[in-house]
Design a protein around this ligand. Structure first.
Ligand SMILES: Cc1cc2nc3c(=O)[nH]c(=O)nc-3n(C[C@H](O)[C@H](O)[C@H](O)COP(=O)(O)OP(=O)(O)OC[C@H]3O[C@@H](n4cnc5c(N)ncnc54)[C@H](O)[C@@H]3O)c2cc1C
Length: 335
């Protein structure tokens, strides 16, 4: 997500002083690590992306609030990243402040797990299974952190994280707020945090139901086997590139072409449209559409964001040409 003005240009003296101003403010914040010129390819699962002018990492919520406030009040472009598993970062990088909240505690309180946004989602899944808490086991194998999962209402196998979110604690760089589930305005791969780019998730209380731990582990294990075959753990990708389609929102002429058995929970896989548009195996440079899954694009070596964007555009153009509507990316762009 890109917010604020992109004012951190190294070639402009006036703007450089803005960078220095924010850098000086950031370095005064306790318990925060501030670094310059850090390649974002190290922070993305695609292993693509040029440098961040400034990268801030902290596990302290108050320090994070201060860092966000510093970037906002200096009018420097800023963006928050989590595990980097759903990001396309430009080859030229991000000329501003990249913030990462790394707090990752997970605490059980009866049927609740209270987890910080920097917790790896799989750690939350594992903690819930170990505690015999049902609700997250089908999300085993979704990479990334809890904050990113809430932002994009991550889900799999017909379930999504909105079903277990009790409360979300978030900041706008001014103070820390708390939302209940309905205030998060969740829908398919959407939440209020996707629309309010400066509202950053700090932690969440997740509510589960009691269940047998062994049975939850069995379900998760089966799903993990299927997922690891589809997305090998070393594959440089972002999972699905495009969102699935809500059948009811498709043009009626397109609805008539969709085989009814493909419609599940009111959604049609975007992979079906991509497959009809013949994108499987499409390749530009080292960026490749999987031959076995039309909605999976990966970096097969030294791929670039420029080629990735071209492949995404070509996929969209072919679907538009065949069906007359635009697919929407699930991945988020930086830079
Ligand atoms: C192999 C593979 C399989 C995947 N399978 C699935 C799947 O089955 N289902 C699914 O839903 N997704 C899937 N994904 C996509 C991705 O894992 C999820 O979207 C994940 O929740 C992103 O979390 P992240 O921490 O990596 O976020 P990032 O990629 O770092 O960021 C994604 C967005 O979230 C925002 N963000 C990050 N942290 C916060 C925060 N604390 N507060 C506010 N905004 C924040 C960022 O600004 C950015 O816009 C898959 C990805 C891969 C690589």
């Amino acid at each position: 997500m890109l917010t604020g003005r992109n004012t951190c240009c190294p070639y402009n003296q006036e703007l450089m002083s803005v960078c220095s101003a924010v850098y000086n403010r950031l370095t005064a914040i306790p318990e925060a690590t501030i670094r310059r010129d850090i390649p974002l390819s190290q922070y993305t699962r695609f292993a693509i992306g040029g440098p961040a002018a400034i990268l801030v990492e902290t596990a302290n919520p108050n320090s994070f609030v201060q860092a966000l406030d510093a970037a906002k009040s200096c009018s420097v472009a800023h963006v928050v990243i989590g595990g980097g598993t759903n990001l396309v970062v430009a080859d030229r990088g991000f000329n501003g402040v990249v913030l990462r909240y790394s707090a990752r505690r997970i605490v059980q309180d009866g049927e609740l797990l209270r987890a910080e946004a920097g917790a790896v989602l799989q750690d939350v899944v594992d903690a819930s299974i170990a505690a015999g808490l049902k609700g997250l086991e089908t999300m085993t194998g979704i990479p990334g952190d809890l904050g990113g999962a809430i932002y994009g209402n991550a889900g799999a196998y017909g379930r999504s994280i909105q079903e277990i979110v009790d409360h979300v604690h978030w900041t706008d760089g001014n103070q820390i707020h708390c939302f209940d589930n309905s205030a998060c305005q969740f829908s398919y791969r959407e939440s209020i945090f996707k629309r309010k780019k400066d509202w950053i998730v700090l932690s969440a209380d997740l509510r589960f139901r009691d269940a047998d731990s062994t049975e939850l582990a069995r379900i998760a294990g089966e799903i993990r086997t299927v997922r690891d075959a589809k997305y090998p753990p070393t594959m440089k990708c972002a999972g699905s590139i495009f969102k699935n389609l809500l059948f009811a929102q498709l043009p009626s002429a397109v609805q008539g072409q969709v085989p009814p058995k493909l419609v599940r929970e009111g959604k049609v896989p975007s992979a079906w449209f991509l497959e009809q548009a013949d994108v499987k195996g499409l390749r530009i440079g080292d960026i490749q559409v999987a031959t076995y899954h039309a909605n999976l694009i990966y970096n097969d070596g030294a791929g670039t964001a420029a080629d990735l964007v071209k492949v995404i555009a070509e996929c969209k153009a072919r679907v538009r040409g065949k069906f007359g509507f635009d697919l929407e990316e699930e991945v988020q762009y930086i830079g």
